[in-house]
Design a protein around this ligand. Structure first.
Ligand SMILES: [Zn+2]
Length: 242
């Protein structure tokens, strides 16, 4: 999944289509890569991170994205097993990964990709009944409204793609877990920004991509959110039942 999502992200930011018959090539020698060169994780390790044909090093980013994808899948399956929660979790987790990658690579969130994960999980909510659907609507309104308010107050800094993605995260998580996700996302992002500023790795004028932090917050909510809510005696709602 992560290997595929990385291709989608890279081709999208370069304005190429990711569907159809275009083969993956070495960026240096343009040699078409064959199946043994394209096995996620293993090919990179086996070939020492280099092109088999010209010896040019491949970006370690490919490997890191594949590791991240394996961790997302394993963590969700471990936490939720065979359930609607896992289905929703996979869609949201990999959707967040895709949007994080386009944001990291190009500083841009694509509206279509931002809306797809939330819309897909919202459709799943029909299986949970009226209460689950209302929970999704409330989560979408909360996520979208929160970022929209930040955009209107700060006049920049965040974009409507961020609002769409956070709305989608809310639709998938439901409003209670959405609060957990946004809270942890902003905390992780804020602390990271503080460390980068204090260590002078960035200046106040520089923009940091926001989506990866929101995505981390969303993953915290997916994996630990129901436990966090449990401390306050609150149930997370469908499909997040233990
Ligand atoms: Zn090559």
């Amino acid at each position: 999944m992560a290997s595929f999502i990385n291709v989608v992200a890279l081709r999208t930011i370069h304005g190429r289509s990711w569907w159809g018959a275009e083969r993956s090539r070495c960026e240096e020698c343009r040699q078409v890569l064959r199946l043994p060169d394209l096995i996620p994780l293993f090919s990179y390790l086996w070939l020492g991170g280099r092109c088999r044909y010209c010896g040019n090093p491949f970006s370690a980013g490919y490997f890191m994205v594949e590791v991240a994808g394996a961790c997302i899948g394993a963590a969700i399956a471990w936490k939720w097993g065979l359930s609607w929660a896992s289905c929703a979790g996979f869609v949201l987790g990999y959707g967040l990964l895709l949007n994080s990658l386009t944001d990291i690579y190009s500083g841009y969130v694509y509206d279509f990709y931002a809306w797809i994960p939330g819309a897909t999980v919202f459709l799943m909510r029909f299986a949970g009944g009226t209460e689950a659907l209302l929970d999704g609507l409330a989560g979408a309104a909360l996520g979208f409204g929160f970022i929209a308010a930040v955009i209107l107050v700060s006049k920049g800094g965040m974009g409507w793609g961020d609002a769409g993605l956070t709305g989608g995260m809310g639709a998938a998580l439901g409003w209670k877990l959405a609060i957990v996700g946004i809270y942890f996302g902003l905390m992780i992002g804020g602390l990271t920004a503080l460390v980068l500023l204090l260590s002078k790795r960035v200046t106040r004028k520089q923009a940091l991509p926001l989506v990866p932090f929101l995505a981390l917050g969303g993953m915290v909510a997916l994996l630990a959110g129901p436990v966090v809510l449990g401390y306050f005696g609150i149930e997370a709602g469908w499909p997040w039942v233990q």
